[in-house]
Design a protein around this ligand. Structure first.
Ligand SMILES: [Zn+2]
Ligand SMILES: [Zn+2]
Length: 280
């Protein structure tokens, strides 16, 4: 038996049927909260154009792939989610493209003040020119749907150690909700969104519940609790994809999430870096 609920990458339907309506593709770039040779920080890409957090973005993509990005959504200000905005700026500096960067005011404030203030690197909000900069910051109003590229996006507050938002990304045929970092109480979000696919976090194992509580992250028990609440709210389960593991807890998380999958009989898997998943 497989030791855990590993996500299975789908066939690349985008290449197989280029003329048909394409399903949403989620490319998983990083699924950890600590970086090493073997682990990458949290970052994902939808349909090659929309980045969801950028912790481990640039080390996961070729320059060509980075050049296809057109928008970035940031869930919160923590470094493991925003870091690669700086090297991405350098990649895009001579492209003539402006990338819209979406986030709540707290997130954008700190990204601007700490990463894009022009002290460590160029100020990509005014570079190469004020009229045509690499990045434009777009403040998100929670619970109010807005348009990003071909998607309708809705930001929803989630509990975390700093102000944070999860985002529902809706295409013609699928709704993906990315929680970013979130702790117990994340189920409050289910009142506002009804996703087909839930991309979420489990940072610690069940024995690390105190750590998870202090840093406002989820354990497998908390995930189960949140999914039971989802079922109660919507009368069904979403497909669930788990990331943001703390590396020392990874083996435990994979085993305990597998137990949640079996117990709930739901489609739950733990992601790995470099997976391409066809949604839903
Ligand atoms: Zn965080
Ligand atoms: Zn994080």
């Amino acid at each position: 038996m497989a030791e855990a609920a590993e996500c299975v990458a789908g066939a690349d339907s985008r290449e197989q049927s280029p003329n048909r309506e394409r399903p949403m593709e989620l490319r998983i770039l990083g699924v950890h909260n600590m970086e090493s040779r073997d682990t990458r920080l949290e970052s994902h890409v939808v349909d090659d154009v929309l980045a969801l957090d950028v912790g481990g973005l640039t080390r996961s993509l070729s320059f060509e792939e980075q050049g296809r990005l057109r928008a970035v959504i940031l869930t919160h200000r923590h470094f493991d989610h925003v870091r690669d905005i700086v090297p991405l700026g350098l990649t895009m500096r001579n492209s003539g493209v402006t990338i819209d960067v979406y986030g709540i005011s707290d997130t954008l404030h700190f990204v601007k003040e700490k990463l894009l203030d022009g002290t460590l690197y160029p100020n990509f909000l005014e570079f190469p020119s004020v009229e045509n900069p690499v990045f434009k910051l777009r403040e998100v109003e929670l619970y109010k749907p807005f348009r990003v590229l071909d998607y309708t996006v809705t930001g929803v507050s989630v509990p975390h150690a700093v102000p944070a938002a999860g985002y529902q990304i809706e295409s013609a045929d699928v709704k993906l909700f990315y929680t970013g970092d979130a702790g117990q109480g994340v189920d409050e979000a289910w009142k506002h969104v009804s996703p087909d696919v839930l991309l979420t976090e489990v940072t610690f194992g069940n024995e690390g519940a105190d750590l998870a509580g202090a840093a406002v992250h989820l354990t497998p028990d908390h995930l189960e609790e949140a999914l039971v609440a989802f079922q109660k709210q919507h009368g069904r389960m979403p497909r669930v994809i788990v990331g943001h593991m703390n590396p020392p807890w990874e083996d435990t998380i994979r085993k305990e999430v597998e137990a949640v999958r079996v117990k709930l009989g739901a489609d739950i898997c733990v992601a790995s870096a470099d997976m391409r998943l066809t949604l839903p």
